[in-house]
Design a protein around this ligand. Structure first.
Ligand code: AMP
Length: 441
């Protein structure tokens, strides 16, 4: 029970000198210690420094920028004028925008600041109304922001803090010209933060134009895989992937699975295939309406569906607790995407399992991933769709030694569940799903 504003017990956040309403909110989130990026960034940001952050997925970077922004806005409080914005957070996808907004609502719940979120794909009226009398915090995707700015529904000349989140994704999605334009409307004295998981040359150039003497925070090298994730690869002929996935999902220890497909069409096909096997799933990708995407995400978050299928772009906004498994139905052709995908599990220090289905044509991607992460992905051959042909090809071409994990259950949650449960026999686990071809003998 909280009878006063500050936390009852001292916790690791005390060192950050946050104001009481923020300490209280953080305490209610049950964060006991700042994450490394929060530890490194918050003190400098509170002093008004610019920041260049290179951070892994799930590192707590939202709080790293949200807490100092909230503190600044509160301590230097001034009422916003019509259509004015005091702090702007630009982010590439709608889901991520909504999620960042929710974080601001959580952390700022005792501050009484005005905040809103805008993104494309929905009608603009409500957003225009929310902006009419100005807001302290605006989270936005670039296209809609520029659109509303062009229509003079908002002003950017009073922005005190500007955050560019996921800059490398902005680049991938072709947002960079929009971002530069938006930046040109913001006063040069604003405090600016730029976050990116990778630092391609274009982003490095951008940082020079955007940031003044920034502090640099790098929590882990860009392509380092989250260590807590148990990563396995299953070699399987392409035509058997659907059947393998279905049989994998029969295992109840897969409590919440996020499945990645390379294309929107592929994602829809997976959902259809699973529904034939009475496995309820939903897909989120760029062709789905905003409402449908949010609904699917909500069903997944609340446990109404256990399986969500996503494409890479849509996955950016997925921060759902308790994803036990990430399954790469298709391997991505960029190692960065792989790191991002598997980072959806093992959030905030939890453990997670990442399973990749790899056909012959994807061996090259696997090799690239292993090189970039400097870590071999362990082969899992305890399934009847195992392709020895692919495994032996991988064995020859990979720089890493591969080992079989035949004795282990790979769906289990951790060492103890593996130890205590019998390894599922192939026959038992997959009896209804035997393929005609490509079967392991
Ligand atoms: P982010 O990298 O900002 O997407 O955050 C990833 C997850 O970590 C979110 O679910 C946050 O609620 C959580 N988180 C952020 N900071 C902390 C912290 N200091 N302790 C525990 N969890 C945290």
């Amino acid at each position: 029970m909280h009878t006063n504003i500050t936390p009852q017990t001292p916790n690791g956040f005390d060192a950050l000198n946050l104001i009481s309403p923020l300490c209280r909110a953080v305490n209610e989130k049950e964060y006991s210690n700042p994450t490394p990026i929060q530890m490194q960034a918050v003190p400098h940001l509170l002093k008004g420094r610019d920041l260049l952050g290179c951070a892994q997925t799930g590192t707590g970077k939202t709080a790293a920028f949200a807490l100092p922004i909230l503190q600044r806005l509160k301590e230097n409080y001034q009422p916003v004028g019509r259509k004015e914005i005091r702090s702007l957070i630009l982010t590439p996808t709608r889901e991520l925008a909504v999620q960042i907004m929710e974080s601001f609502e959580d952390y700022g719940r005792y501050l009484n600041l005005k905040q809103t979120v805008i993104y494309g794909g929905v009608r603009q009226e409500k957003q225009v109304k929310a902006l009419k009398y100005g807001v302290d915090i605006l989270v936005a995707t670039p296209g809609r922001l520029l659109d509303l700015h062009n229509q003079k529904f908002l002003r950017l000349d009073k922005v005190e803090v500007f955050v560019l989140d996921e800059a490398d994704r902005m680049l991938d999605m072709g947002f960079l010209p929009d971002v530069k334009k938006i930046h040109s409307f913001i006063t040069k004295t604003s405090q600016t933060m730029l976050f990116s998981a990778t630092m391609p040359i274009e982003i490095q150039r951008l940082t020079k134009g955007f940031l003044k003497d920034p502090i640099k925070v790098e929590v882990a090298p860009p392509s380092t895989t989250v260590d807590k994730i148990d990563q396995r690869v299953l070699f399987v002929d392409r035509e058997n992937k659907g059947a393998l996935l279905k049989s994998m999902l029969e295992d109840a220890t897969i409590e919440r699975a996020l499945i990645f497909a390379r294309t929107k069409h592929g994602a829809n096909k997976i959902v259809k295939n699973l529904s034939k096997g009475k496995i309820r799933a939903d897909a989120i990708h760029g062709n789905k309406s905003q409402a449908a995407r949010l609904e699917a995400l909500n069903k997944f978050k609340t446990g109404k569906i256990r399986v969500l299928v996503a494409t890479d772009i849509a996955s950016r906004g997925i921060d759902v607790d308790g994803i036990t498994h990430v399954i790469n139905y298709d391997l991505p052709n960029e190692p960065e995407s792989y790191v991002h995908r598997i980072g959806r599990t093992a959030r905030a220090g939890a453990e997670g399992i990442a399973l990749s289905l790899c056909d012959l044509g994807e061996l090259g991607y696997l090799k690239k991933i292993e090189r970039a992460t400097n870590k071999p992905v362990v082969m899992e051959k305890d399934h009847i769709y195992h392709s020895e042909t692919i495994a032996s090809k991988r064995g020859r071409s990979s720089g890493f030694k591969t080992k079989s994990t035949q004795k282990k259950r790979f769906y289990g949650k951790g060492p103890s569940s593996r130890k205590n449960s019998k390894p599922a026999t192939r026959r038992g686990r997959y009896k209804s799903e035997r393929p005609e071809r490509g079967r392991k003998n």
